[in-house]
Design a protein around this ligand. Structure first.
Ligand SMILES: NC(=O)c1ccc[n+]([C@@H]2O[C@H](COP(=O)([O-])OP(=O)(O)OC[C@H]3O[C@@H](n4cnc5c(N)ncnc54)[C@H](OP(=O)(O)O)[C@@H]3O)[C@@H](O)[C@H]2O)c1
Length: 284
């Protein structure tokens, strides 16, 4: 398990230049599920590339963590260089459940209002797993429905809202988190894996449906990453087994995923569209 000091937020060091705009300068990005875990690292990374950020979470428990992420971005060097004496913060927090259409619509409304701009980038990192890791025979209908509600319905609503509202004509990006389990097909996570397979399918179709908008849609599919979602419900022995399966002999870290999402968010990635990109150290 990570120690407390290891869990402290590390903001990637920005390399801003006064003469050169940053790759995501002043673009508005919503990152769902960014109070902690992979979403948090993605939000901090996009912030270091110049984006204005909406830090989203769903539980009241993580309100403080979400505010901490926003203040890391607002207090960063890149932020002070980019803000040009503008008093609007570069990062705000919005609590919303991605599986609720009204809350998701309001997430976009508030983002547009706060930054007086359309949203350019949506990253959907919100997700849950059944930490009992049951076989299909032992999966309750309630758990199945809950996983599909957040992971598949949540992703669908994110895609739907983003497709209607993200800026057209260049720079529009939709990036959804899937999982390398869709390739590994391990026993004990069927509902979760199937929900992510649905996300991958929707993303590929969405990319085609967005023809003519210059909005791209892609999935990033990590392997095992050291976050709460990964550790919950696993014994030390089970964690050790996952590490042994990895060609690089370690778990992934959130910083192994964020740069890929950062690239997909920039103009340089425009030709990457409708793809599922696995980032897993060779796990599958
Ligand atoms: N960690 C891995 O090994 C791994 C591997 C492959 C794919 N992934 C995927 O990567 C994504 C991030 O996972 P993670 O490991 O970073 O998980 P995590 O550490 O558990 O963080 C999950 C985040 O999602 C938020 N969230 C959960 N349900 C939500 C909802 N209904 N609406 C809005 N936000 C919600 C949580 O909000 P609160 O803080 O308010 O609870 C939290 O901020 C997930 O989609 C996951 O399936 C993870």
């Amino acid at each position: 398990m990570a120690s407390e000091s290891e869990n402290q937020i590390q903001i990637p060091s920005p390399s801003p230049s006064l003469s050169q705009p940053q790759p995501l300068q002043d673009r508005v990005a919503i990152v769902t599920g960014s109070a902690r875990g992979i979403g948090q690292a993605i939000a901090l990374h996009l912030g270091s590339l110049g984006a204005k950020l909406v830090i989203n979470h769903t539980s009241s428990k993580s309100t403080h963590e979400a505010e901490l992420v926003a203040s890391q971005i607002n207090n960063s060097l890149s932020s002070s260089l980019n803000n040009n004496n503008n008093n609007t913060p570069r990062a705000i927090t919005i609590r919303a459940d991605v599986s609720d259409p009204t809350q998701l619509k309001s997430l976009f409304d508030k983002a547009e209002e706060a930054f007086n701009s359309p949203v350019h980038i949506l990253v959907n990192s919100a997700g849950i797993i059944d930490s009992k890791y049951p076989t299909i025979a032992n999966t309750s209908l309630e758990d199945f429905d809950n996983i599909f509600r957040v992971n598949a319905r949540g992703a669908f609503l994110c895609c739907k809202e983003a497709a209607n509202r993200i800026k057209r004509g260049g720079g529009g990006r939709i990036i959804l988190l899937s999982s390398s389990l869709v390739g590994a097909l391990k026993p004990g996570a069927a509902a979760y894996t199937a929900s992510k397979a649905a996300v991958e399918t929707m993303t590929k179709i969405l990319a085609k449906e967005l023809k003519g908008t210059r909005i791209t849609a892609n999935c990033v599919a990590p392997g095992p990453i050291a976050t709460e979602l990964f550790f919950t419900g696993k014994t030390e022995e089970q964690v050790k087994r996952v590490i042994e399966e990895s060609p690089l002999n370690r778990l992934g870290e959130t910083k192994d995923v964020a740069p890929l999402v950062g690239f997909l968010a920039t103009d340089a990635s425009e030709w990457v569209n409708g793809q599922v990109i696995r980032v897993n150290g060779g796990y599958v």
